[in-house]
Design a protein around this ligand. Structure first.
Ligand code: GLU
Length: 493
């Protein structure tokens, strides 16, 4: 059994942690949360973060996914000290324990596989697929679990006419315990695993084995990863023990669940984090959101920077129960960040969205629209979804112009009066204040709703918009009059 280590003792060691994604698909929310918590723990204790590519699955691993990992982390401002890097568009690496890509470490794994074979902790298995399924069937007909029964355990030389199929670990039938930093003592009955496969051959190790070797060779002190890996931990501890390694400490982060506590949908898990960039989420907002997926600060403030998160991070405040992913919360957090940006910074962040949407209006006009919509928008993209009407008036139903029970005639009359009054305001004075003071007598006569509601709808084509007087100021006199006339016209003669 592993030595129990107190939280204080964890902080006494300068941790070396690793984020070890497999580049077999898009980098998703759960993985990035793992990286973030690794960073928080390591940096809190002045430690080191390693980025390693676990590309042992040759068919499914792709360089473009590896590049995406680096790109997403860089976009989010999540940095690391050692491992893969993206320099001049090329994936390289930095650090003294490289290479940091498993496919380039074959010789290292081979050495340890040979060690396990020589010490009798591993053996070649000659059972073919057909033989394995026959063995499994026979076990399940006896009501036994379908693990490998150890058929080749005692085979010392290759049976005639047979080729080695895989290398298996000789699993001792013991209980394996580890003291998880989040979950406390976790124990597994290793007898249930059977002799699992650790490599296809000396040159082709599987993830579970390669990870143990790498964690040792890269001097990893703490393995912080998703709970979905918790059943790998006892196997990795056993392999490590067989190789004479001191095991690292483990922390298994809670699963991420959908709002109804069901398993997080595959769609989300497969959605690249870069799609959030395209939608106009701010990287710092996303990081803030991820920090709250399974962890909470000591106070009530939910908006905090990465630096503040690191400062406050405490593994004891990571929950065991699944963390609920709420899209609404993400939007709320992003909206808060949007509101807090300076005007200049806000416009800078909007620039890629303007390019993507081919928005070519004058800088001044775009800025006015953006500032008017910033309060409502939850993403940068929404600024122009909501504010699209500034650029082109959408078609709308005439009935939308009517305030409460107002009749068509009354509303038309109000719009015609608005038009006449605003015609006399000088174009250069067409400010919110001037427009309001010009309209005040009309508002006093008909009531606020009966004047400002149809004005809002005629200017925006929508029932929810920024203040109609502000819209008028932004649109300018000419366009305002054109839209008001169009609205009146919709109500007939
Ligand atoms: N390569 C594994 C994955 O992407 C992570 C393994 C680990 O953290 O130990 O799920």
């Amino acid at each position: 059994m592993l030595e129990l280590v107190s939280m204080e003792a964890h902080s006494a060691i300068k941790p070396r942690v690793r984020f070890a994604p497999s580049p077999t698909g898009h980098l998703h929310i759960g993985s990035v949360r793992t990286m973030l918590f690794n960073i928080a723990f390591a940096k809190k204790h002045n430690g080191t973060v390693v980025l390693r590519s676990e590309d042992t699955d040759k068919e499914r691993s792709k360089p473009e996914y590896e590049r995406e990992i680096v790109e997403v982390l860089e976009w989010l401002g999540l940095s690391w000290d050692e491992g893969l890097t993206l320099e001049a568009g090329y994936i390289g690496s930095k650090g003294e324990y490289g290479p940091y890509r498993q496919s380039e470490r074959t010789e290292i794994y081979k050495k340890y596989l040979e060690q396990l074979l020589a010490s009798g902790h591993a053996y070649y298995c000659y059972c073919t697929k057909d033989e394995l399924s026959a063995q499994e069937q026979s076990l399940s007909s006896q009501g036994l679990p379908p693990k490998y029964g150890g058929h080749c355990r005692a085979v010392t030389s290759p049976p005639a006419g047979k080729e080695p199929q895989v290398i298996r670990f000789k699993t001792p039938g013991a209980n394996v315990e580890h003291k998880d930093m989040i979950r406390g003592t976790v124990s597994f009955d290793a007898g249930l695993f059977g002799d699992f496969v650790i490599a296809k051959n000396l040159e082709t190790p599987l993830y579970n084995f390669a990870a143990v070797v790498d964690d040792y060779e890269m001097k990893i002190t703490h393995v912080i990863r998703g709970e979905d890996h918790i059943s790998n931990t006892p196997k990795q501890i056993l392999m490590g023990q067989a190789l004479g390694f001191t095991p690292p400490h483990f922390a298994h982060l809670p699963l991420i669940l959908a709002a109804d506590r069901s398993k997080f949908s595959k769609r989300y898990m497969e959605t690249s984090l870069l799609s959030y960039k395209e939608k106009g989420y701010l990287p710092e907002a996303l990081v803030n959101f991820l920090a709250l997926l399974g962890w909470h600060p000591s106070g009530n403030e939910e908006i905090f920077s990465l630096g503040a998160f690191i400062e406050e991070f405490d593994m004891r405040r990571v929950q065991k129960a699944g963390a609920i992913f709420s899209e609404e919360k993400l939007q709320w957090i992003n909206g808060e960040y949007l509101k807090r940006l300076s005007e200049d910074e806000f416009m800078k962040r909007l620039a890629p969205i303007l390019t993507a949407r081919n928005i070519t209006a004058s800088d001044h006009f775009v800025k006015r629209v953006a500032m008017a919509e910033r309060e409502r928008a939850k993403t940068l993209g929404e600024v122009f979804d909501l504010g699209g009407f500034f650029f082109a008036l959408p078609d709308y139903d005439a009935a939308l112009l009517l305030w409460k029970d107002d009749a068509k005639e009354k509303t038309r009359g109000a719009l015609e009066a608005v038009k006449e009054i605003l015609s006399s305001v000088e174009a250069k004075d067409f400010s919110r204040e001037k427009i309001l003071s010009a309209l005040e007598p009309l508002i006093a006569e008909h009531g606020k709703g009966s004047v400002l509601w149809p004005l809002r709808v005629s200017l925006s084509g929508q029932k929810a918009s920024p203040d109609p007087l502000e819209i008028a100021e932004i649109l300018g006199k000419k366009e305002t009059l054109r839209r008001v006339e169009l609205g009146a016209g919709k109500l007939g003669r």
